[in-house]
Design a binder for this molecule. Structure first.
Ligand code: PGA
Length: 254
């Protein structure tokens, strides 16, 4: 039985003071939550204050990226060990903004997943097609390829720690979410690919989130689907009221 999982990707938003305020408000609003898994991913400089406030609370901490090397001369990069040290439990990998602006490849994502596992960080692995690919009718092929290449070389036991986030690129930050029907179609294909890679027992355990313009108004239409195990939320995770509404709605289905 899979639990529902709501994650907030803050992207390049929230300094330390804004982080304190947002987390304090979220902790208050999510007090009744006991079943839904919740995570927030502030930018690197705000991780430490977030970690201090979240100690022992029901919201986990995640980072938005990492590098695959453990340490050394890699100017500007942050290692998984450092994320673990600051209190992270999750790391978002292969987000489409990383793929688009920083040219991350499936192979990079694969290396980063390996690094995350070395430090027991739980990876949230993002996949999704561009508008052009959707219009060409190649969505399923593209997403399957991303899953196969990104997740190559892991044992079922390692794969048990994975969360996949299906995020169509054209739906991210645009206010134009996929329809639940379209999302479910891709989720079913992803789970069947996971089945092929890791066997049915593991494939049934792996959570698959939907992401892309999820907000307080439309979240229920996704969450109520059996194939959609939660959401990776960007814009709507920056306001305590919208993010907590999404979480409270999800709790009904967790
Ligand atoms: P959005 O972003 O909710 O603002 O569309 C989602 C994401 O990028 O993870």
């Amino acid at each position: 039985m899979r639990t529902k999982f709501i994650a907030g990707n803050w992207k390049m938003n929230c300094n330390r003071q804004q982080t304190r305020e947002l987390i304090a408000a979220l902790l208050e609003a999510t007090k009744p939550i006991s079943k839904t898994t919740i995570m927030v991913a502030p930018p690197f400089p705000s991780l430490h204050v977030a970690s201090e406030i979240l100690q022992g609370k029901n919201i986990s901490l995640g980072a938005q990226n990492c590098f695959w090397e453990d340490q050394g001369a890699f100017t500007g990069e942050v290692s998984v060990g450092m994320l673990k040290d600051v209190g992270c439990r999750y790391v978002i990998l292969g987000h489409s903004e990383r793929r688009q602006y920083f040219k991350e490849t499936d192979q990079d994502v694969n290396r980063k997943i390996h690094a995350a596992l070395r430090y027991d960080l739980l990876p949230i692995i993002c996949v999704g097609e561009s508008l052009e690919q959707r219009e060409q009718g190649s969505t399923l092929k593209i997403v399957e390829q991303q899953v196969r290449k990104g997740l190559e070389g892991f044992s079922p036991q390692q794969a048990n720690t994975f969360t996949i986030a299906y995020e169509p690129v054209w739906a991210i930050g645009t206010g134009r979410a996929a329809t639940p029907h379209d999302a479910v179609e891709v989720h079913i294909m992803i789970r069947s690919t996971l089945n092929d890679l890791f066997g049915s027992k593991t494939a049934e355990m792996i959570l698959i989130q939907y992401g892309g313009s999820v907000n307080a108004e439309n979240s229920e239409t996704f969450i109520q689907e059996e194939e959609i195990d939660g959401a990776l939320v960007g814009g709507a995770s920056l306001k305590a009221d919208s993010f907590s509404k999404i979480i409270l709605t999800t709790e009904k289905y967790s």
